[in-house]
Write a protein that binds this ligand. Structure first.
Ligand code: AVI
Length: 329
């Protein structure tokens, strides 16, 4: 990375705040009834690697559908922007799909700065290294933080701003929180700035449940990694094989719910918390919600957040939507 040092700026909150936040979340979530763990803690190094593997799965159609839209629309999207552009991406991961947009902007001759935001430091470092190598004109300012912290850490944008929130990451926020977060984003959008929002659509339960409980069991491993992470970082003594993965679609609320289910009555010690957690046989830990949206729900979401939809694109099977929004002034 040294040779590219002048093209890379790095922003993060110093100290071990992420480990402390994890310890606090584990104490609170496993002490609650019913038990839960926040899904943002999926993404340590191993979790990010497993998520990348999920994105390659046939059953997990979201990534391919969004990629298909970006392949089709990247050039016309980039053409909407003139002058210098700052591309801010929330939850950038390996930035694989973002490359399509970066290429399109650079092809247009735009002076481009990329601001990836991700909670996983390693994923961020790896993606920055690869992007700097592959796109010599690109400047990057990386922000290692979770979403809410990141909003306070973002550098001032040069030129027009395009905020990317892809992959239906918004689906992991409860609907009211999604509105609150979008409202904060909208406040920082000038009249020439835009938000590109990838949102997964409501569909039949069988397709959704296959996407979140795949035949190769990668999602099961991704889910169990939360317990493995407790073992690694907090001195937990979980036998992860004694917890089953469960994913269910609840049509009434329009969300996939993921759980880890204790297969036996058991007690697990967590050294760093000096604490023993008891599980009944069949007791569940709720680990993730992944909300799906109808077109009406997307319109309502935008409205409630002070945003207007300027364009909406779908993949050819109408499974996934990419929405271009601007702030209402
Ligand atoms: C990152 N997020 C949008 C994924 C989703 O679809 O909710 C996380 C995921 N969980 C299980 N598979 C993928």
């Amino acid at each position: 990375m040294r040779a590219d040092a002048e093209r890379l700026e790095w922003i993060e909150i110093p100290g071990d705040h992420e480990v402390r936040a994890f310890a606090q979340a584990v104490r609170e979530g496993l002490g609650a009834s019913p038990k839960f763990l926040p899904c943002r803690f999926f993404y340590d190094e191993e979790g990010s690697r497993l998520f990348e593997a999920i994105c390659e799965l046939d059953e997990y159609y979201l990534t391919r559908a969004e990629r298909e839209i970006l392949e089709r629309e990247a050039a016309s999207l980039a053409a909407r922007f003139t002058g210098p552009v700052t591309l801010i991406e929330l939850g950038s991961g390996n930035a694989a799909k973002t490359r399509l947009l970066i290429e399109a902007f650079l092809r247009n001759g735009a002076e481009l700065r990329y601001v990836p935001v991700d909670v996983c430091r390693t994923a961020l470092q790896d993606s920055c290294r690869a992007l700097l190598r592959d796109f010599p004109p690109l400047k990057i300012c990386a922000v290692a933080a979770e979403y809410w912290h990141a909003l306070k850490l973002l550098p001032p944008a040069a030129g027009r701003k395009l905020v990317l929130w892809l992959g239906s990451n918004i689906g992991n926020l409860d609907r009211p929180e999604a509105v609150r977060f979008l409202r904060c984003l909208a406040q920082d959008l000038g009249s020439d700035d835009r938000l590109l929002l990838g949102i997964d659509l409501r569909k039949e339960a069988s397709t959704l449940e296959r996407a979140y409980d795949d035949s190769q069991r990668v999602t099961a491993q991704f889910n169990r990694n939360l317990l493995a992470r407790i073992n690694r970082e907090l001195g937990g003594h979980f036998d992860v094989s004694r917890f089953a993965h469960r994913a269910v679609y609840r049509e009434d609320v329009g969300r996939i719910e993921m759980y880890l289910v204790s297969e036996a009555r058991q007690t697990v010690r967590i050294d760093a918390l000096d604490w023993e957690v008891a599980f009944l046989e069949g007791e569940e830990i709720h680990t993730e919600n992944s909300y799906k949206y109808s077109f009406e729900e997307i319109d309502e979401l935008a409205d409630a957040a002070g945003l207007r939809i300027e364009a909406r694109w779908l993949d050819r099977h109408s499974r996934f939507s990419l929405n271009l929004l601007r702030a209402v002034r």
